[in-house]
Design a protein around this ligand. Structure first.
Ligand SMILES: Cc1cc2nc3c(=O)[nH]c(=O)nc-3n(C[C@H](O)[C@H](O)[C@H](O)COP(=O)(O)OP(=O)(O)OC[C@H]3O[C@@H](n4cnc5c(N)ncnc54)[C@H](O)[C@@H]3O)c2cc1C
Length: 448
């Protein structure tokens, strides 16, 4: 038997999975009762649920792939690189975690290791001061209650601490002055902080695609308008118009807010207010392939924090957090969050990569690039016209609008997607929202 390296092993074991994930049909052949718009976690779930209930359904997707914001790229590095979702949150109740565990022959699913390293911008340090500040802010945030910006609840003394910016960038993808403290306590169903994460070595996107491998999807089908003035619904796409009885819209609130899909007649005003109040935050990934001699010094999946000195800026300018030696590979992931990430994305992927490499140079030496760098990619979720942001969050004062997002309109237009979910901002939440919306269609009068 020929022994193969880790990279080849992953490549081999994933090639079969990748092939299993691209079912494509042409909608000209179908006569659907329901059209599901979007083939991310929510759209795939909604379609699967309608199929289970024997309702003729068509799932259409604007991009040339499924998964939406949960996508594993196997092409860039020949290793699993999640562009979006990577952590299986709330693992104990997470249905994808359970599915991955049941499919041990295909997926290695494991509890997120707790190893972390903290750097002060020059060298590795104990990190105690950082963790004190981090926990203090985390407790204020998770106490919830009032619908005010998290920034307003943080004592001035804490804001002046030299590790404040680092904790600010690490805790959430949203800048604290734009983060409603009540959104979590009012609308979030899991205990985010205590329910524990898991990781999937093959990538969360690969797991999702395999979980929904039996769902056919018509790719490259871009919806521009939904007409619902008469009977039923007409879905206008770049490939023609589809007549149907009902539709489930699973696109992000970013896409809805930007009116990338026109509704004719317009949706009720309460919907647009909700799209204004529950907005997309920005989070991007820079993923680096680094040489073994660098990653080899860390344990698998080590969390990385590097001190940010932004003088209490509205949006800290630094790496939010990193994940070194992802899944035991030579890949390392770095998160850039908030307004800072949005601005850097506007400068282009090379600017994002350069920024991260420079931060690493300051911690690991000026020869970092020459000694360790192999390859890099940067995501651009904010500019991607099919997402227009990373995931939803309520603006301060607007968290009570979230339940409006999922309310159907005219008993014909149903809404799913992470922003409508109890576990919003997650893959498993989006999955549940899809099942919920499909059930809503089933019990509605739309199919009569
Ligand atoms: C950087 C980042 C990190 C994240 N980290 C995590 C994590 O670690 N764990 C976690 O659980 N979650 C994480 N998330 C959030 C998670 O990825 C999302 O909550 C979830 O994937 C959303 O699924 P969805 O089906 O609601 O939406 P989407 O995945 O956005 O699916 C909607 C689909 O609609 C399609 N679409 C849009 N417009 C049109 C149109 N006009 N016509 C046709 N199709 C259209 C889109 O292409 C897309 O495929 C992360 C997200 C990002 C961006």
């Amino acid at each position: 038997m020929k022994l193969i390296g880790r990279r080849q092993f992953l490549k081999k074991s994933l090639s079969g999975l990748a092939l299993a994930t691209l079912p494509v049909i042409s909608f000209a052949q179908s006569n659907p009762d329901v059209v599901v718009i979007g083939a991310g976690s929510a759209g795939l779930a909604a379609t699967a649920e309608l199929m289970r209930r024997n309702i003729p359904v068509l799932c259409i997707e604007g991009m040339n792939r499924i998964g939406g914001r949960c996508y594993t790229d196997m092409t860039t590095f020949g290793l699993p690189a999640d562009h979006g979702a990577h952590w299986l949150h709330a693992r104990k109740g997470n249905e994808l975690y359970k599915f991955g565990k049941e499919n041990k022959d295909k997926f290695k699913i494991y509890k997120e290791p707790s190893t972390s390293v903290v750097y002060d911008g020059k060298s590795k340090i104990s990190g105690n001061e950082f963790w004190n500040i981090y926990k203090k802010i985390k407790n204020i945030y998770s106490d919830g209650g009032t619908d005010v910006p998290l920034m307003d609840l943080i004592p001035e003394g804490t804001k002046k601490n030299s590790w404040f910016d680092t904790a600010h960038a690490a805790i959430t993808a949203r800048d604290f002055d734009n983060l409603s403290v009540a959104d979590d306590s009012l609308n979030y169903e899991d205990n985010y902080w205590e329910s524990g994460n898991a990781l999937c070595r093959e990538g969360y996107g690969t797991l999702l695609a395999y979980y929904r491998k039996d769902v056919p999807v018509d790719l490259n089908t871009i919806v521009s308008e939904i007409k619902w003035g008469g009977k039923g619904v007409q879905i206008v796409t770049n490939k023609g118009t589809i007549n149907t009885k009902a539709c489930i819209v699973t696109t992000s609130v970013g896409v809805l807010r930007a009116e990338k899909i026109k509704f004719t007649p317009a949706l009720p005003q309460r919907k647009y207010e909700a799209f204004e109040g529950i907005t997309m935050g920005t989070s991007n990934r820079v993923i680096l392939e680094l040489k073994k001699r660098f990653v080899g010094q860390f344990k698998k999946d080590t969390n990385f924090y590097s001190k940010i000195n932004s003088n209490g800026a509205k949006s800290p300018e630094g790496i939010g957090y990193g994940l070194l030696r992802m899944g035991g590979t030579n890949l390392c992931l770095f998160a850039l969050n908030g307004e800072f990430s949005r601005n850097l994305e506007n400068e282009g992927s090379q600017a994002m990569i350069d920024f991260v490499v420079n931060q690493l140079k300051s911690n690991f030496g000026s020869k970092f690039y020459d000694k360790y760098f192999v390859k890099a990619l940067a995501t651009g979720w904010n500019k991607n016209p099919f997402t227009l942001g990373a995931y939803s969050g309520a603006k301060p004062g607007k968290s009570s609008l979230r339940p409006r997002l999922k309310r159907p309109v005219g008993d014909r237009i149903f809404f799913a997607g992470e922003a409508t979910a109890g576990a919003y901002g997650t893959v498993h939440g989006a999955n549940r929202s899809g099942i919920r919306a499909a059930t809503d269609v089933f019990i509605s009068d739309a199919l009569d």
